[in-house]
Design a protein around this ligand. Structure first.
Ligand SMILES: NC(=O)c1ccc[n+]([C@@H]2O[C@H](COP(=O)([O-])OP(=O)(O)OC[C@H]3O[C@@H](n4cnc5c(N)ncnc54)[C@H](O)[C@@H]3O)[C@@H](O)[C@H]2O)c1
Length: 347
């Protein structure tokens, strides 16, 4: 039985992670910290046996037998909490974005290595059933080598946090570290790594703020250059519809995903293309993505058990933060293409 603590018991913790822990037989959430008294009440209702704390520092001081800490606060606090947990000897599962700066991400990576504890990001979109299907299609060779991918993420508004705390924290730069690029960029970027089979070398980006009452961007256009192709990522909080539309363009065909629906074209090189269509229930509308959590946690557990402290997932999380940071710089410099200097596979 793994003993875990949760820090931040808001939307993703309460609706996503905790219900998934309850359904597992190998995890016991023994402690929960949240700065909001109302959220501690919610934690008490969901986990009557857990010890509750108004501060994560107190939790980490008093809870001395934790296997892992699950960090579910807004991004500005991720690095400090994760570092403190590692120093107390706990493994860390951390919501995206891992941190709000590359320097913090590198500090976490170094601490994982020093303390011999896993840091694992919640890169849960990889675990959506239709996204797993996309990887199967690539591996089958049916669309040939993938040279370009497009990832459109349409949202009609920013995601809201629980009403008991600061529901619009995602539009506050200090708390969120940025706007939609910081909040959602990771999901698109780690999918491009999987689909193009490598990490990007350069990025050019344009951020826009259409809803000007906030100090964070609500639209991002980014083009990532890879050794074997490119990715175009468009993220918006000002769309007229909520959905994802992804396309993977291969030498011999293509896969287009529209939420659960997919359309696969194969045999283009033969001059007789074949089109298949289907649908895979992936629960995109449930923003807690609680159905995807189990297989993500299985990977975290495997990393803890095998001592894979600085694994591929952590390196990809560092790469995501570097791309987000570089998107902001590129946009500020007139969308100039900028190199991504840090080779995360080498650190
Ligand atoms: N992977 C996903 O699909 C996904 C989906 C939603 C949210 N998230 C991520 O989860 C994190 C939380 O987002 P959310 O939507 O649950 O937000 P939320 O506002 O609903 O919850 C945040 C909770 O953290 C608490 N909190 C704030 N500062 C704290 C601190 N210093 N110590 C302890 N508790 C603190 C708040 O009281 C609140 O209960 C963010 O990093 C977000 O990006 C990921």
């Amino acid at each position: 039985m793994l003993k875990g603590a949760m820090v931040g018991f808001g939307f993703i913790a309460g609706k996503g992670h905790h219900p998934a822990y309850l359904a597992r037989k190998d995890v016991e959430i023994v402690a929960i910290a949240d700065v909001s008294a109302a959220r501690l009440d919610a934690a008490r209702a969901a986990a009557p046996d857990a010890r509750l704390y108004p501060s994560w520092r107190e939790l980490l001081t008093k809870e001395t037998a934790l296997d892992f800490v699950d960090v579910c606060t807004p991004p500005d606090a991720h690095a400090e909490i994760a570092l403190a947990a590692l120093r107390r000897g706990a493994h860390v599962l951390c919501e995206k974005p891992l941190t709000t700066t590359t320097a913090q991400a590198m500090e976490l990576l170094a601490a994982a290595r020093e303390h011999r504890r896993v840091v694992f990001p919640a890169h849960n979109y990889k675990h959506a059933p239709v996204v797993k299907f996309a990887l199967d299609v690539i591996r089958s060779g049916r669309i040939g080598s993938v040279r370009a991918v497009t990832l459109n993420t349409f949202r009609t508004t920013h995601a809201k946090g629980v009403p008991e705390w600061r529901t619009d924290w995602r539009r506050d730069r200090k708390t969120a570290g940025g706007g939609i690029a910081m909040d959602h960029g990771s999901h698109s970027f780690y999918l491009t790594f999987a689909w193009l089979g490598s990490l990007p070398t350069h990025v050019t980006a344009k951020t826009l703020t259409l809803d000007r009452q906030w100090d964070t961007e609500d639209n991002l256009n980014a083009v990532l250059t890879f050794p074997t192709g490119y990715a175009h990522c468009f993220l918006t909080w000002t769309a007229g519809v909520r959905k994802v539309v992804y396309s993977l363009q291969g030498k011999d065909g293509a896969l287009v995903i529209d939420d659960d629906d997919w359309e696969l074209t194969t045999g283009v090189l033969s001059g007789k293309p074949r089109v298949e269509k289907g649908s895979i229930a992936s629960h995109w509308m449930d923003a807690s993505h609680t159905q995807w959590f189990d297989s993500l946690f299985d990977q975290f557990k495997a990393a803890m058990q095998s001592g894979d402290f600085v694994g591929r997932e952590l390196r990809e999380a560092v790469a995501c933060v570097q791309i987000i940071e570089t998107c902001y710089r590129s946009s500020a410099e007139g969308s100039r293409e900028l190199p991504l200097p840090l080779d995360v596979l080498e650190i």
